[in-house]
Design a protein around this ligand. Structure first.
Ligand code: ADP
Ligand code: MG
Length: 247
């Protein structure tokens, strides 16, 4: 029978090396349209590399990656299309320091999508309000707290109106009191119906929003399942060890 499911992201037998260092080993994963997936695993296990391969920030050497029906290959066209469809939020906020919050958010819509300035500003203010920093729109990044800056980074990604949001440990550089405001913002985004792939060790968040949790170790996907399956009935010693360390 034909598989009618629509997949947002497909990785088939993906392998990646940095020099001789084999960092992604036969990765096979399919993420459904609108699915929310959390990736966890020890430091150095390849989580960032995996997510960076999905929007072409890193090249893979073997296998196939398809994002929103576009296969990632060497052609620049495919990269531009994929980046337009997938928004990315990093651990360090990566805002442009010499631009206001509003300018940070309108830059790509104006220069990549060719939007008119006033349209881009209207769209940006909509998302800036959504992440609850409307009153900060004319400030510069350094005038904001870490949690506020990360919410700007989320708003900036949303301004490209992506179908997929990729998050790489968005709360791990934040002071503890700011983690919740960023997680709450991400939880709210689930209403927008986007596909979400998020590297995080925030188990509460994973339990609340994830359809699936994927555990990686040493370049491989070791286990995946619902949050309850993965967190409460781990099958492998590696996952048991990892959970004992983060709890
Ligand atoms: P994680 O995000 O799970 O901590 P990474 O994907 O960042 O893991 O890294 C996986 C492995 O690849 C690690 O051993 C790391 O040292 C290595 N690595 C990551 N980026 C590079 C790079 N640009 N050049 C060489 N090695 C890298
Ligand atoms: Mg990482």
């Amino acid at each position: 029978m034909q598989d009618e499911t629509k997949y947002a992201i497909t990785m088939e037998n993906v392998n990646k090396w940095y020099g001789k260092h084999h960092v992604l080993k036969d990765i096979n994963i399919r993420i459904k349209d609108q699915e929310k997936v959390v990736i966890c695993g020890p430091s150095g296990s390849g989580k960032s590399t995996l997510i960076r391969c999905i929007n072409g920030l890193e090249e893979h050497q073997e296998g196939k990656i398809v994002v929103d029906d576009i296969e990632l290959c060497d052609e620049l066209n495919s990269l531009d299309q994929v980046r337009g469809n997938a928004g990315m939020v990093f651990q360090s906020f990566n805002l442009f320091p010499h631009m206001t919050i509003l300018e940070n958010c309108t830059l790509a819509p104006i220069h990549v999508k060719g939007m008119k300035k006033h349209e881009a500003e209207e769209l940006a203010m909509n998302f800036i309000s959504r992440v609850q920093i409307a009153d900060q729109a004319h400030k510069y990044p350094t005038q904001l707290s870490g949690g506020q800056q990360q919410r700007v980074a989320i708003a900036r990604a949303l301004c490209m109106q992506p179908r997929i949001m990729l998050f790489d440990e968005p709360t791990s550089a934040l002071d503890p009191e700011m983690v919740k405001e960023v997680l709450d913002t991400m939880i709210e985004l689930t209403d927008l119906g986007m596909t979400m792939l998020c590297v995080t060790h925030e188990m509460g968040f994973a339990k609340q929003v994830a359809d699936r949790v994927v555990f990686m170790d040493n370049g491989s996907i070791i286990e995946s399942g619902t949050p309850i399956e993965v967190f409460e009935t781990p099958r492998t010693d590696r996952l048991k060890l990892f959970l004992s360390q983060i709890l």
